[in-house]
Ligand binder design. Structure first.
Ligand SMILES: CC(=O)[C@@H](O)[C@H](O)COP(=O)(O)O
Length: 256
């Protein structure tokens, strides 16, 4: 079981709600993924009515909602969005996302830390999306964030763990759960993150944009479970030279 703040999860696959061809496909894919924590951009949710297109099936399914502040370019906007989300959705959980640059959607580390400090003080359970920067992740942890969400690669790029060496350091140092977020483009990328010891992964585009999102959601579910199982089993280390699996010359002993 994975514990983040006051909640426990049996699934280590978190999912997004964007880019699906329809709400029905989204709901079926999330159900198939087994995900228990689902993020949605506040800007996409009709906060006036709880029977909103995206919200209704999510609430009915019983998943935990993780509103995100995507669209915020500075800390002040993210804090405003967070308060709105708490009011509208009745959750103090928040995926803090601040990216001022629309081309690469790179998270702003300075504004993210500033907003995280303020939101933690207001009682939010803050899960910040950030660069795979070990020093920044430590600062976010010290600020009271419930987890850190370093990127694998730019959002929607499907490039996998381009930041793998830095993820290793973050995972090694972290005292809060590490959720690898963004850029995970294939089940094998998710498995790699889990094998490294990440506590969870968040996947959106690779599921939503697949030819068959429901089947892909299942593939990610299995990959995350396999990756976690491999991590817990303890991977055999890598060496440069070949090491024979069984004695090479024992059968020649007869000749001696
Ligand atoms: C939905 C969401 O929160 C995204 O911003 C997230 O970072 C996922 O990224 P991918 O779409 O690359 O999986």
């Amino acid at each position: 079981m994975l514990k983040i703040a006051d909640k426990t999860f049996s699934s280590r696959l978190f999912t997004g709600t964007g880019k699906f061809s329809s709400t029905q496909v989204m709901a079926e894919s999330i159900a198939e993924s087994g995900s228990e924590l689902v993020t949605m951009a506040l800007k996409r949710v009709d906060i006036q009515k709880r029977d909103d297109d995206i919200l209704a099936p999510l609430i009915a399914s019983g998943v935990n909602l993780l509103p995100n502040t995507s669209g915020a370019k500075i800390a002040k906007e993210a804090i405003f969005a967070a308060r709105l989300a708490r009011e509208a959705l009745g959750t103090n959980w928040l995926k803090l996302e601040i990216h001022p640059d629309p081309k690469y959607l790179m998270p702003d580390p300075i504004e993210t830390l500033k907003a995280a400090e303020a939101l933690v003080k207001e009682g939010f359970v803050v899960l910040p999306y950030c660069h795979a920067d070990p020093v920044l992740c430590k600062h976010l942890e010290e600020a009271g964030c419930a987890a850190v969400m370093p990127l694998g690669a730019p959002i929607g790029s499907n490039k996998g763990l381009a930041s793998r060496d830095f993820l290793d350091i973050i995972i090694d140092q972290a005292k809060v759960p590490v959720v690898v977020d963004a850029g995970i483009g294939a089940p094998s990328h998710a498995a790699e993150a889990m094998e490294k010891g990440a506590d969870a992964v968040l996947v959106n585009t690779a599921i939503a944009a697949a030819a068959d999102p429901v089947a892909m959601a299942k593939a990610f579910k299995l990959a995350v479970e396999a990756g976690r199982m491999a991590y817990e089993a303890g991977l055999a280390g890598q060496v440069k030279q070949a090491v024979a699996s069984s004695p090479l010359t024992a059968f020649l002993d007869e000749l001696a």
